[in-house]
Design a protein around this ligand. Sequence first.
Ligand code: FAQ
Length: 314
Amino acid sequence: MSEHAGRARFAAIIEADEKVEPRDWMPDEYRANLIRQMAQHAHSEVIGMQPEANWITRAPTLMRKAILIAKVQDEAGHGLYLYSAAETLGVSRDELQEMLHSGRQKYSSIFNYPTLSWADVGAIGWLVDGAAIVNQIVLQGTSYGPYSRAMVKICKEESFHARQGYSIMMALVEGSDEQKAMAQDAIDRWWWPALMMFGPHDAESSHSERSMAWKIKRIKNDDLRQMFVDQTVPQAHYLGLTIPDPDLEFDEETGHWRIGEIDWDEFWRTIKGDGPLNRERIAHKVKAWEDGRWVREAATEYARKQRARLGKSA
Ligand code: FAQ
């Protein structure tokens, strides 16, 4: 197909709300923007395993431990779906790892914060997975087929993750004064970073305009953040917890909860590599990659030998 015909077909797919597939012609900038967003998403799932894995050995009961192990494994799986989907755009997994390790690609700001108590595991499930779901449900409608299909599977698992987080928070607020204080301390530390997950205000968002036009993004950062706030404030009230925002108020006219201003200096500092745990997170990831090198090499060599053997006998 000529570039002219490919361009027309691409425009028609976007216009008709159909899916762009790997075989289709697509603009270089569309491909590059997707690789950037999907890689960042995949890296977030994988780096996101670290804060929660920190509590596996200290989970309070066998049941909580089994659930947490399953959740952390799910996040690895989400990373794999997303890396596979990104590979359909012509970038290799090794290249993506290299870009993460060298700081040329990002991962979500949220995973640079420490998990100081068991309540943080609850807060991550409730707030972080909760925010991820709001974003990802909408991304099921993204224009790139493999990304959209990965989102469908991921959303099903994220719903279970959010429920397990809320269940931990419920148990804590129904417990002793000390447990309730742990739950409040967790929301005090995770509330604002969770709001930052949706990215900068629309006016500061460098990719939104083009991503919206190409239907990679379907709802802008501020609107998604508002959806999350509206859904989460009543949940916090049900738990009897206070949201750490003195400016939070319900706007009767619009029916939305209005929040105070996010600390954007903290956000930009964190995504530029100077958040509380950026260096530790990447160092841990690089070490895991290096420690696993022999497994990758052995698997590749085994596959090569199998192919050679089958090739000979064929
Ligand atoms: N952190 O122009 P925009 C999860 C960057 S999954 C770091 O608005 P865009 C599951 C952005 O890359 C969580 N960087 O960007 C889980 C750009 O920089 P660049 C991850 C951020 O892409 C739960 C610059 O700022 N979810 O949690 C962030 O149009 C529990 C300008 O921003 C996804 O990745 C940030 N928060 O919109 C796992 C969802 N925000 O690349 C384990 C897919 C912005 O030019 C445990 N991604 N930046 O250098 C998206 O929907 C979008 O990429 C946004 C940002 C909405 C995150």
